[in-house]
Structure formats: structure tokens, C-alpha cells
Design a protein around this ligand. Structure first.
Ligand code: NAD
Length: 243
């Protein structure tokens, strides 16, 4: 089945933050991705647009260095990336090769820890760090495989980072959206079945949109949410509460 792809969750977040008055720094993976991201960045009047492949040494540092130079501070970070090599994602967890496992953990989990490290000195007056996770971290979801293992580590990292950075007024959250037919999701076999199941089982009997995920994320960045940190917030129409 050909699924109509929706734009990235990061785009939903960027629109919501911009709608509330934030200035946005955006990144794109490589030159191929640039032509898709550039018009969106222009729509948001993003003053900073930079390449960021987290596997290329120095690119992440360069992004935070520029933000430090131009803005001198940072209020929030949205880490909305994940990757698993095809052979690692498509196989049973019991068979996963070391290299595929390490790549999955590196891109999908460690990079969030590294971003927190680089953001900390720019959040002198506090801030909020976000990453995107999925229910497959808590329950065995068919075809989610090694990514579920990486998301479990990511959610744990969120709690440890929240404890590390809490005294500095920096809050850390994972957002756990229900399934969305984005590009990343198209790498998961039989994803349309997952969408149908989500719609049928969710308390709201509906799928979520990137705009809804963006608004929920923006809420947690707001001062009104200051006492909340270390959370995994489900934006899934209540899917996770139903047996
Ligand atoms: N789509 C869903 O159903 C769903 C549900 C829950 C959580 N998530 C999570 O949301 C996040 C965003 O995914 P999405 O659904 O918006 O799909 P997406 O494909 O739009 O986003 C994934 C992003 O990861 C980036 N990426 C991959 N490797 C990278 C690297 N080496 N360096 C820098 N960037 C890299 C890609 O360029 C892409 O922009 C991911 O963490 C995903 O696991 C997605």
C-alpha cells in the first residue's frame, strides 16, 4: 500500500513554537534534504539554517557554536531524529548485529545526550530539551524491533538528564506520539496495519497529527509547565492506556 507521507514531526513542532513567537534554528541532513527543508525554514523566517548529519564529526558542535555566537542563549531544543540500518531494523532483536545495534543507539539515543551537553551552557536561565520516542519502548510492537530497545534507552536518558540538569532550571522530556505516516515510519514494515490498529484502539478512535504533537510539545516548553520534568508524554489519543 502506498501511504501518503505526512511531513516530519519536527515540522509540526517548529510551526507550533514559531506560532507562539519563538525564533527557530533549523537543520537539514544533507544537500539532498536541503531543498525540502529550505522552503519550510523560510516560511518560519528561521535566521539559522545549517547542515547536521549527527554522524559527521563536528557538525553538531558547529550548530551550537553558531547559536552561541548569534543568540548567546537557547530556550529549547527539539531532537526529532532516529535511524536504524535496514538489516538491524528488519530482523529479530535476538539476531541484531553489533554494528547495526551501535548505529541505532548512536543516532537515536546518544545524540540526544550530546545535544543536552552542548545546550547546557547556552541555557543559563533554564530551558527545555525534547526528544521523540514511541510506545514500542514499553511494549513489544511488531516490526519495531531494535528501535524499541533504542527508545527505551532514550526514555531512560531523559530521566537521568532531567535529574542532572534540573538544578539549573533545564527540563527534559520525551514526547511519545501515536503512529504518523512520516518518512521514518515508511521504513517500518506493514506500517499501514499499525496505523489502522492505532485508530481502532485509541481512546479517541483517531490518529494524531504533527500539528497536535507540536502543540503538546510547545505546552511543555511553556512557563506554565515549569514543575514538570523527566516525563514521557503520550500524544496518542490514549492508545497506551487501553489493553
Ligand atoms: N512517525 C511516527 O509514527 C513516530 C512515532 C513516534 C515517534 N517517532 C519519532 O519521531 C522522530 C521524528 O521522526 P518522523 O516520524 O518525523 O520522521 P522523519 O523521517 O521526518 O524524521 C526523521 C529525521 O531523522 C533524520 N536523521 C536520520 N539520520 C540522521 C543523522 N545521521 N543525522 C541527522 N539527522 C538524521 C532524518 O533526516 C529525518 O529528518 C523520530 O525519533 C521517530 O522515531 C515517530
Amino acid at each position: 500500500m502506498v501511504m501518503p507521507l505526512v511531513l516530519a514531526i519536527a515540522w509540526g513542532c517548529a510551526k507550533a513554537f514559531r506560532g507562539l513567537g519563538a525564533e527557530i534554528a533549523a537543520t537539514y541532513l544533507n544537500e539532498k534534504a536541503r531543498k525540502h527543508v529550505e522552503p519550510l525554514a523560510q516560511e518560519l523566517q528561521a535566521p539559522i539554517l545549517m547542515p547536521l548529519d549527527v554522524r559527521v564529526e563536528g557538525q553538531m558542535e558547529a550548530v551550537f557554536e553558531r547559536i552561541g555566537k548569534e543568540w548567546g542563549k537557547l530556550d529549547f531544543v527539539v531532537h526529532s531524529i532516529a535511524f536504524a540500518p535496514r538489516e538491524a531494523l528488519h530482523g529479530r532483536v535476538v539476531d541484531v548485529p553489533r554494528e547495526g545495534f551501535l548505529t541505532t543507539m548512536d543516532v537515536s539515543c546518544w545524540t540526544f545526550i550530546r545535544m543536552a551537553h552542548l545546550a547546557e551552557p547556552l541555557m543559563r536561565r533554564g530551558g527545555t530539551l525534547f526528544t521523540m520516542t514511541y510506545y514500542g519502548s514499553q511494549m513489544v510492537v511488531e516490526n519495531y524491533n531494535v528501535m524499541g530497545v533504542a527508545k527505551a534507552a532514550l526514555e531512560s536518558a531523559v530521566r537521568y538528564l532531567a535529574a542532572d540538569l534540573g538544578p539549573k532550571g533545564i527540563r527534559v522530556h520525551a514526547i511519545s506520539p501515536g503512529p504518523l505516516a512520516t518518512r521514518a515510519a515508511s521504513g517500518i514494515p506493514e506500517f499501514d496495519r499499525l496505523l489502522n490498529k492505532a485508530k481502532a484502539k485509541a481512546a479517541t478512535r483517531s490518529l494524531v497529527s504533527i500539528d497536535e504533537v507540536g502543540l503538546a510539545t510547545a505546552f511543555l516548553a511553556h512557563d506554565a509547565a515549569r514543575p514538570i520534568t523527566g516525563e514521557t508524554l503520550y500524544v496518542d489519543g490514549g492508545y497506551h492506556i487501553i489493553d
